[in-house]
Design a protein around this ligand. Structure first.
Ligand code: S3P
Length: 738
């Protein structure tokens, strides 16, 4: 029973937050019995008259009746009352709070013992205003606002799901964070601004002739000081409860003020202008991204360009970001598993983060990512909730295609949208077989997104894929988890098998076949939460493999790279071109093979790409074309028409850029021929494709002069710290706003 709609709910404290919770619940769940406690009997009477609550009484009396207890009081009061609540609440009650400091209440929770810790799921709605008290409460205070749940390790995923469902029914977006991170983030984003507002009013009050000052104070003062009208007692509580984190951020702020003061004394106009313009740009971006009038996501930094100067060599030891394919799959399977899934090495790129956001929108509590770690509180195969808005998949074909399989089989409808590039990518390859399974999906006329999916029961099919696509295979496997009978997929050539491996990791029984090219699942089984360690992405490592392979004097070590046999086309093809690559420390991590890769410079020669390597290197061709441009002789590729329907037409995009840099290329509908030669400088376009952008950055290493690459914002979709790592190993690269 993980739905709040079936519970009796007690709200302790009917101030602005508690009152708004009560009003919101009354509106969303009119038939629920709402109980309340408050120190003011007038407030309780008023709430009854308003028909906001049904019953009130002492904490002991009300706790004895409640399935869910929401403690909506200032942090120090919550801490004081928790022991009393623990004493009187039902044995299977779930208790939550609204405090904007978590470490403090968690310390009390720990003192109350394991039984209480299991019951107590801390949460914090990021909503409110400078107003306070029941009179200021409104029913839609939490609509579209973020609520952060900071689960305790002992919480059952079902209890977390109830609290998630509580806030979701109030219209909130539910996020997850560790309590430590929560307190750090809130100290900086909420507590510090409140302190400064109180401080500025305090400073002005203490000035001589303060009356005069206030008389002339205009909009700036009113804007800035609004927060100083907040409830004084509550904010005193907050600073005491979060003294460690607020102390740290205050130190940083004081240091900053000292620098500004010195700049003012020195009349250092440039310093002030720089600080102010950076702050202005940051705030403008923040407002644009988070407070847009429409809810349409845009790439905040798509107007980024890279400038790369030639020369140097590639040296050092690095670990590139986590594998994108595996990161997507870990969220999807973790969300529909029973129990908790912990992920390490998760890729914090925009694509994978959009997948996280989509599952949060479907009611899954996900904590993180924090330093590549994530915890997913699985809701089980039938626990996803209908999304309240379109699910935005950004730039990611993988996310859109895999989620379509999953969503086709749910008991609700959904819509998937994407950015400009994704909106042009072919979806019929998944829609056709899904329709054979009984799915109801609408696309645009040419089979492109948005996809409107009406979830319904599906039947298993036997499907011979016309192309070697891991996205199609995975989409059908996910639909097959829910379908009646067996879903069986045969591939014309091996393509990445992360879904199959991970399903086994989640204890889902996979059908066994003697034929290597076939896989299948039977519907109706469940997944169990697990531990996942995501290897470094071989597709991201590929840029550095080529960088070291083409740059004289290079010697680079890439650690913990995924070397799944369905992904190592790049290693095979560079090896065939004569590159000096060696693998060491080969091991299996969570069902995926990984190794450390050492690459040293050695002159390359052109090759004819064998057909069987194409699916194994499908994402690496752009950077392989750069290796080909630096190799002696011709490199010929045929049979790779798939490259034309990736994030861009990668044959066209690479051919255009290489020609600008003076390389001879000939293109075919299904491939390219590149003649190695001298790379010149120039300006190329990435066409908004992350892999094209990074490939030309690597080409810059061997150019005669600077290579400038336009439209590089999407690098953040797969490799957010590319520029940093590239600089670290010796690429002379600068990213700037176009
Ligand atoms: C992916 C499969 C490949 C690949 C994409 C990721 C996946 O696409 O190009 O970047 O995670 O399954 P196709 O399945 O379309 O070949």
């Amino acid at each position: 029973m993980s739905d709040i709609a079936e519970k009796s709910i007690l709200i302790i404290g009917l101030g602005m937050i508690g009152g708004s919770v009560a009003r919101g619940l009354r509106k969303a769940l009119p038939h629920r019995v709402l109980l309340a406690c408050d120190k003011s009997s007038e407030t309780l009477e008023q709430a009854k008259q308003d028909k906001v609550i049904d019953e009130s009484g002492t904490i002991a009396a009300m706790c004895a009746k409640a399935d869910v207890v929401i403690v909506a009081l200032p942090p120090l009061t919550i801490a004081r009352l928790l022991p009393e609540i623990a004493l009187h609440c039902k044995s299977d009650a779930i208790i939550t709070d609204v405090a904007s400091v978590k470490s403090h209440v968690l310390a009390i929770s720990r003192e109350l013992g394991e039984d209480f810790q299991r019951k107590f799921v801390p949460a914090h709605p990021i909503a409110g205003s400078e107003k306070s008290g029941y009179d200021a409460s409104i029913s839609d205070l939490f609509t579209n606002r973020n609520v952060i749940i900071t689960p305790q390790s002992m919480n059952a995923p079902e209890s977390i799901a109830v609290i998630n469902s509580l806030w979701r029914s109030l219209g909130a977006n539910v996020l997850g964070m560790s309590s430590e991170r929560h307190d750090e983030v809130l100290a900086a984003t909420s507590h510090l601004p409140h302190l400064l507002a109180y401080a500025i009013v305090d400073v002005l009050v203490k000035q001589e002739q303060s009356e005069d000052i206030f008389r002339y104070a205009a909009g700036g003062f009113a804007d800035f000081s609004r927060l100083a009208s907040s409830d004084a007692r509550m904010w005193a509580d907050i600073f005491i409860a979060n003294s460690a984190a607020t102390g740290r951020v205050l130190d940083a702020y004081i240091e900053n003020l000292h620098s500004l003061k010195t700049a003012i004394e020195n009349k250092d106009h440039d310093y002030l202008k720089n600080v102010f313009s950076q702050a202005k740009q940051t705030r403008d971006n923040f407002i644009n991204t988070h407070f847009k009038p429409t809810n349409q996501e845009t790439m905040s930094n798509s107007k980024l360009k890279f400038c790369v100067d030639p020369g140097g060599s590639i040296e050092g030891t690095i670990r590139v970001a986590g594998d994108k394919s595996i990161s997507h799959r870990s969220i999807i399977l973790g969300a529909i598993a029973d129990g908790t899934t912990h992920i390490k090495g998760f890729l914090e790129g925009e694509d994978a983060l959009n997948t996280v956001a989509a599952f949060r929108e479907m009611g899954v509590t996900i904590v993180g990512p924090e330093n590549g770690e994530l915890t997913i509180y699985g809701v089980g195969k039938h626990g996803l909730k209908a999304p309240r808005k379109s699910l935005y998949m950004g730039n990611s074909g993988t996310a859109m295609r895999l989620l379509t399989g999953l969503l086709s089989a749910q008991s609700f409808s959904s819509e998937l949208t994407g950015d400009e590039s994704l909106s042009q990518r072919p979806m019929n390859r998944i829609v056709k077989p899904l329709r054979e399974m009984g799915a109801l999906i609408d696309t645009d006329t040419d089979g492109t997104p948005p996809l409107k999916i009406t979830g319904r029961p599906l039947k298993g099919i036997k499907y011979d894929m016309p192309m070697a696509s891991a996205q199609v295979k995975s989409c059908l496997l996910l639909a097959g988890l829910y379908a009646e009978g067996l879903t069986e997929i045969s591939e014309p050539a091996p393509c990445r098998d992360h879904t199959e491996r991970m399903l086994s990791g989640f204890s889902y029984p996979m059908k066994k076949y003697t034929d290597e090219g076939t896989c299948g699942v039977e519907g109706g089984h469940n997944l169990s939460g697990t531990e996942i360690e995501v290897p470094a992405d071989v597709s991201s490592a590929a840029f550095f493999m080529v960088a070291a392979a083409i740059t004289p004097g290079s010697d680079l070590m890439l650690e913990h790279v995924g070397i799944n046999p369905t992904r190592i086309g790049i290693v095979n093809l560079l090896g065939k071109m004569g590159a000096d690559i060696s693998l060491s420390n080969e091991r299996l991590v969570g069902g995926e093979p990984v190794a450390d890769l050492r690459i040293r410079y050695r002159p390359l020669k052109g090759i004819e790409v064998p057909m069987d390597q194409i699916p194994l290197a499908i994402d690496e061709f752009p950077v392989l074309f750069v290796a080909a441009a630096c190799a002696e002789g011709k490199t010929l590729l045929h049979g790779a028409e798939e490259l034309r329907v990736k994030e861009s037409d990668r044959i066209d995009a690479m051919a255009k850029g290489l020609e600008i840099l003076g390389i001879r290329v000939e293109t075919f509908p299904d491939g390219i021929c590149i003649t190695g030669g001298d790379i010149g400088g120039g300006c190329v376009d990435s066409f908004g494709d992350h892999r094209i952008a990074m490939s030309f950055a690597i080409a810059g290493l061997r150019a005669k002069s600077t290579v400038t690459i336009a439209n590089c914002g999407n690098v953040a979709t797969s490799f957010p710290d590319f520029v940093e790592l590239a600089s670290h190993v010796g690429v002379k690269i600068v990213a700037s706003v176009e």
